[in-house]
Design a protein around this ligand. Structure first.
Ligand SMILES: NC(=O)C1=CN([C@@H]2O[C@H](COP(=O)(O)OP(=O)(O)OC[C@H]3O[C@@H](n4cnc5c(N)ncnc54)[C@H](OP(=O)(O)O)[C@@H]3O)[C@@H](O)[C@H]2O)C=CC1
Ligand SMILES: O=C(O)C1=NCCCC1
Length: 337
């Protein structure tokens, strides 16, 4: 590790945008990926921050994903929008459908965006936190590539399949959680391998199916396990069903990069649900959420999910985003700055 430096959010986002635009993305798509990645880095989610740049570049170079694809949005039912990302990034589809999704949720009380033929390589909370800021309860699910052994099974079927949830509250930033359904995100396993750190016991198995704490053994023919045994496994199954079966996307076990060496971004689907609590909740929703939070505080809870990220965001606004100086220099070079 070299020295640490601090950069502003705008500087980081701009450098990332240039990198993706230089590697086959349209300016619009480059901006969307840059925004998601800069948010992850700023909010302290290293597994989906600038560490992912190489994976985006090698995937774009491999021809697996179309960085210039323009999604097709179909209004298929009063509460249902279907998006074909046309082998591009889900971020472009979410962006294109955003206003329609909000309008439908306001009109009907609920609305779903089902994206297929799409790729998501980032964190999910940046996709849904903005909806909670507009008063909606929002959920999202994305499946990925088979690297998680289902509970009771002996070979990988599920992806690390994250589930994100966001709800407005009366007295502060929205409540947000965003978590893989595996014991760890694959990105964190890669970071542990790079840093020479062991995984916590129970996170993964080696190629022979034996428990291991060696991240390289998990990545090299081994697999991750669901968090919490059969309970995490059921959530991973739900994410497969919502992310792939409902959207028309591929299941994680159907992702096949063999004809595109260098590709590492899963081509699957994404599900987004919006609920307008103003339409149905019997009592003022955000105030009820606040009551719950008050009770949690009384019970001794100091850290709610999402609060670490908000704290990192505040620190970054004051001091800049902490980055390894060599990583920043490499990024600037790639960006041609
Ligand atoms: N695109 C894809 O296919 C995939 C993306 N991912 C992304 O990876 C990211 C990281 O996932 P993961 O490693 O599972 O997330 P973490 O385990 O780091 O965190 C999961 C959630 O738990 C909260 N949390 C963690 N520790 C505590 C605590 N002690 N008390 C209260 N709340 C806590 C976090 O809040 P806080 O953030 O504030 O710490 C967060 O909301 C996610 O953003 C996810 O979307 C993961 C898998 C696949
Ligand atoms: O960290 C993970 O797990 C993943 N992130 C992006 C998509 C593939 C899985």
């Amino acid at each position: 590790m070299s020295e640490q430096i601090h950069v502003s959010f705008d500087e980081l986002r701009d450098a990332l945008r240039r990198v993706f635009a230089a590697h086959g993305c349209s300016d619009h798509v480059a901006g969307l990926i840059a925004e998601n990645m800069a948010i992850a880095e700023r909010d302290g989610a290293a597994s989906h921050g600038i560490f992912r740049v190489d994976g985006y570049i090698s995937t774009l170079k491999s021809g697996w994903v179309d960085g210039k694809a323009e999604p097709v949005i179909d209004d298929v039912a009063p509460g249902f929008i279907r998006a074909d990302a046309r082998n591009g990034f889900t971020l472009a589809a979410t962006d294109a459908a955003r206003h329609q999704l909000i309008a439908k949720a306001r009109e009907n009380g609920v609305a779903i965006l089902a994206i297929h033929n799409s790729q998501h390589f980032g964190a999910l909370w940046p996709d849904i936190e903005p909806f909670a800021r507009e008063g909606f309860v929002a959920m999202s699910m994305v499946n990925s590539m088979a690297c998680v052994v289902p509970y009771g099974g002996c070979k990988p079927v599920y992806g690390t399949n994250p589930l994100a949830f966001a709800a407005p509250r009366a007295g502060g930033d929205p409540v947000v959680f965003d978590q893989a359904s595996s014991a760890m995100a694959n990105g964190d396993v890669q970071i542990a391998a790079r840093e020479g750190e062991a995984l916590p016991p129970g996170a993964g198995v080696d190629a022979g199916g034996n428990p291991t704490t060696d991240p390289k053994a998990v990545l090299d023919g081994g697999a991750l396990l669901p968090f919490g045994g059969h309970k995490g496994s059921s959530i991973a199954m739900m994410v497969e069903i919502m992310g792939a079966a409902l959207t028309g996307g591929k299941f994680s076990f159907e992702v096949d990069w063999s004809e595109h060496p260098g590709a590492v971004i899963p081509h699957t689907g994404q599900f987004i649900l919006l609920i307008d609590p103003g339409q149905g909740a019997a009592r003022p929703f955000a105030a009820r959420v606040e009551e719950l939070i008050g009770r949690l505080r009384d019970a001794g809870v100091e850290r709610l999910p999402g609060e670490r990220r908000y704290a990192a965001r505040r620190r970054a606004a004051q001091h800049g985003i902490p980055l390894d100086a060599e990583d920043w220099a490499r990024l600037r070079e790639r960006a041609g700055i």
